[in-house]
Design a protein around this ligand. Structure first.
Ligand code: NDP
Length: 295
């Protein structure tokens, strides 16, 4: 299969590209910079979609970049980098003479309202109560191609855990030094997925004929994981204590109140459709996932 991946140069894209190539597929990235096995977004808009069987979008400015102040300009970039890239790929698919078979967009569980108790499946309502939920709604709406023969899949991802990027790379050093701990109260749910499984679900969606709709990209044990559990398990995997909580005020001071919600609150998300679709998780449990990542 020939697969075009927007944002394929990033953290998840690198894992997905490795997995797809290991399964004999060819991968071309769409990036802000053209290069080997890579076209630019401008080239895509001008010349259309290269001949391919499937398209994935993973592009997006890193929301939790602590070096970018949370303000209007950054919010616009967070939205534009997801919604406009998704629209550009959707238009290229709609205009293609030979449309691809499958189109997968990875969005986020921020679609569901944070709650310490409610459990959400793919059928649960959401998408209309704060910045992140509305962002996911417009992102997923941008992916729709009415009347298209191409089947569409949305994977709503939790916090992606893997080596060399994402959440773990931001917190591993305090934990290695024994200075890690829960964020805020630590009681908030922590929806997580191992990067190998997120790449695996996308690959499964591309390879399984007939699969369409929304799939939650979280581990099956994720609804039982709180931020405090995560901190304890990460510390245990590193053989360190997890004694120092990061107070809520410090999180708000670093990330801004709106963005701090992502760390101070969370959702219990169940991968119901994902499991029903026949996907088998490589890392269903947190200790195994963390052992793999920190070893
Ligand atoms: P990365 O931060 O690694 O970024 C992915 C790619 O997006 C980059 O390689 C870059 O490609 C492109 N990109 C970054 N900023 C911009 C920008 N301002 N404009 C256009 N393109 C940009 O993301 P991840 O791999 O971690 O995540 C992939 C997708 O999954 C994202 O959409 C993210 O929102 C979503 N997601 C990720 C989670 C996580 O925990 N990592 C959790 C939930 C959802 P290039 O430089 O080649 O242009």
């Amino acid at each position: 299969m020939r697969v075009v991946v927007g944002g394929g140069t990033g953290f998840v894209g690198t894992a997905l590209t490795q997995l797809l190539r290991s399964r004999g597929h060819e991968v071309t990235h769409v990036s802000r910079r053209a290069g080997k096995d890579r076209i630019s977004w401008e080239q895509l808009s001008q010349s259309g979609l290269p001949q391919c069987d499937a398209v994935v979008n993973l592009a997006g400015e890193n929301v939790l970049n602590p070096f970018r102040r949370w303000g209007d300009a950054f919010c616009r970039e967070v939205i534009r980098s997801r919604v406009e890239t998704t629209k550009t790929l959707a238009k290229a698919i709609a205009d293609a003479e030979q449309p691809p078979h499958a189109w997968v967009v990875v969005t986020g569980v921020g679609y569901y309202r944070p709650s310490p108790t409610a459990e959400y499946t793919e059928d649960s309502p959401g998408g209309d109560f704060d910045f992140f939920s509305r962002l996911v709604s417009s992102w997923e709406a941008a992916a729709l191609i009415p009347g298209s023969p191409t089947r569409g899949v949305v994977v709503r991802s939790g916090v992606v855990l893997g080596q060399g990027g994402g959440a773990i790379s931001q917190m591993i050093w305090p934990f290695r030094l024994g200075l890690g701990g829960p964020v805020g109260s630590g009681l908030q749910p922590f929806p997580w997925i191992h990067i190998r499984d997120l790449a695996g679900i996308v690959c499964h969606a591309l390879e399984t004929e007939g699969l369409r709709g929304v799939f939650n990209g979280v581990s099956p044990s994720s609804p039982a994981t709180s931020n405090g559990t995560f901190a304890r398990e990460l510390a245990a995997a590193l053989g360190r204590p997890a004694l120092l909580p990061m107070p809520a005020w410090a999180v708000r001071a670093i990330f801004g109140a709106e963005r701090a919600v992502m760390l101070l609150e969370g959702q219990k998300v169940v991968p119901k459709h994902t499991l029903e679709s026949g996907y088998s998780f490589v890392f269903p449990d947190l200790p195994g996932a963390l052992k793999d990542i920190v070893s």
